[in-house]
Ligand binder design. Structure first.
Ligand SMILES: O=C(O)CCC(=O)C(=O)O
Length: 207
């Protein structure tokens, strides 16, 4: 459902079977030949997630996208699987938006995982100006997701994102501040066999 102009929360978008399949794909990627890692950001702080970028790599030190992980091990970003592209496209369409994602940031949150309030604004100017949405899919433990306004100091609403939920923000909501204040440990559906939370955010760098 639309929770504000350009912002949509689809509770339990994914069936249990789809969640299990997606968790297994994410696990294989995270522990694969190009594994997830804990980025160090500008200023020297460590992020509180394990991250793996698919399609394009987001460099936490420069905030720029690149083909290889020059802030870590110089390995190339693994390709974005076709099934992931379809999933994000279909979720965007459910929100009445078009998205042909060319990258996904896959984050793993353990019980202490979190992400500070930020804007997603490192994609191309054209993509952002067009309001192409960010599509997010949550798996595993429920997260307390923060969703603010276009300026950091605007009020922030808090919303629980549970396993299988999809969240979309595009158009007038594309640059809204957002983050994750905490994870609710032990809330993952048992059939996933997942301790913690996985989140995939899909974006389209270029048109
Ligand atoms: O984990 C989430 O729900 C949000 C992730 C996020 O904000 C990001 O990857 O930029």
């Amino acid at each position: 459902m639309e929770i504000g102009p350009g912002a949509f929360h689809f509770a339990r978008y994914l069936s249990s079977a789809d969640q299990i399949a997606l968790v297994n794909q994410c696990r294989a990627l995270i522990d694969g030949p190009v594994p997830a890692y804990v980025p160090v950001v500008r200023g020297g702080g460590k992020m509180h997630v394990r991250m793996l970028c698919l399609g394009r790599h987001w460099n936490g030190r420069t905030y720029a996208y690149e083909t290889h992980r020059t802030d870590f091990d110089n390995l190339p970003a693994p390709p974005l699987p076709a099934a992931f592209v379809r999933l994000a496209h279909d979720i965007a369409r459910a929100a009445g938006m078009l998205l042909a994602p060319d990258l996904c940031i896959l984050n793993y949150y353990d019980a202490d995982g979190r992400m500070g309030l930020h804007q997603d604004k490192d994609e191309s100017e054209r993509s952002i100006a067009a309001g192409l949405p960010v599509v997010s899919v949550s798996l595993g433990d429920t997260a307390r997701f923060l969703f603010g306004g276009l300026r950091r100091k605007e009020p922030v609403e808090s919303r629980l994102l549970a396993s299988g939920d999809a969240f979309v923000f595009g158009g007038p909501a594309r640059l809204r501040y957002h983050g994750v204040s905490r994870i609710l440990p032990g809330t993952a559906p048992p059939e996933l066999g997942l301790v913690g939370r996985l989140n995939l955010t899909f974006r389209q760098y270029d048109l």
